[in-house]
Design a protein. Structure first.
Length: 202
C-alpha cells in the first residue's frame, strides 16, 4: 500500500511538472511567433528569455543577441531597453559572449537618458566595474563603479518594477565607501553634476 502511495505521489508530481513545462513551452512558442512577426516588445522579451532561460526558452546567448539586436534596431523605448540588455550580456562572462569594450559603449550610450533605461544603464555600468574578477570583462575600478552607482542613485527615473535597484545601489555604495575610496565625496559630486547635465536639469 505504501509503495502504491509513493508511486501515486511521484505520478502527481510528474504530471504537475509536465503541466508547468507545457505552459512554459506554449508561452515560448507564442513569444517566438510574435517576435518573428515583428513585434518589438516580444523581440525584447524573447532576447531576455534566451539570456536567462525562462518562458520555456533554453539559455542561448547567440539567439539572445540576435533578438535583442532586432529590438534595438527598431529604436524607441524598447530599443533602449534592448541596448541595456545587450550591454549586460556582453559585460558578463557567464553569458558566454564577453566583450567588455562593447558593453561599456552600449551602456554609456543609454546612460545619458533620464528614463528607466538610462537609470538601469548607469546601475549596470557600476556593476560592470564592480563584478568579481571571474565574471569581469573589463578591469575592476572601484572609483568608476562608485561614480556610476552615485549616478544611478541620483537619477530622477523610477527603478524597474521588482528590480530592487535602488536598494542594491545603496548597499553597493556603502560597501565601496567602506572598502576603498577616500575621494567618495568628490566622486559623488561629480556624478550628481554629470546627471544634472545629462538629464538637462538646472
Amino acid at each position: 500500500m505504501q509503495k502504491i502511495s509513493k508511486w501515486a505521489q511521484r505520478l502527481a508530481v510528474g504530471l504537475a511538472l509536465a503541466a508547468c513545462v507545457g505552459t512554459a513551452l506554449a508561452d515560448y512558442q507564442t513569444l517566438l511567433n510574435r517576435a518573428k512577426a515583428g513585434d518589438q516588445p516580444a523581440q525584447l522579451e524573447l532576447g531576455r528569455a534566451y539570456m536567462y532561460g525562462y518562458e520555456g526558452a533554453p539559455k542561448n546567448s547567440p539567439e539572445a543577441v540576435r533578438w535583442l539586436a532586432r529590438a534595438q534596431k527598431a529604436g524607441g523605448d524598447y530599443g533602449r531597453a534592448a541596448t541595456v540588455n545587450l550591454g549586460i550580456l556582453y559585460g558578463r562572462r557567464s553569458f558566454g559572449q564577453p566583450n567588455g569594450a562593447t558593453a561599456v559603449k552600449l551602456l554609456e550610450g543609454v546612460a545619458r537618458g533620464s528614463d528607466m533605461s538610462g537609470k538601469m544603464a548607469r546601475y549596470n555600468l557600476a556593476a560592470l566595474y564592480h563584478v568579481p574578477s571571474s565574471e569581469a570583462t573589463i578591469p575592476t575600478n572601484f572609483d568608476k563603479a562608485l561614480f556610476w552607482y552615485f549616478a544611478a542613485q541620483a537619477s530622477g527615473a523610477p527603478e524597474a518594477p521588482g528590480s530592487g535597484v535602488d536598494a542594491q545601489t545603496a548597499r553597493s555604495i556603502r560597501q565601496l565607501m567602506a572598502e576603498s575610496s577616500e575621494s567618495a565625496v568628490e566622486i559623488r559630486g561629480q556624478a550628481i553634476e554629470w546627471v544634472r547635465k545629462a538629464e538637462g536639469r538646472r
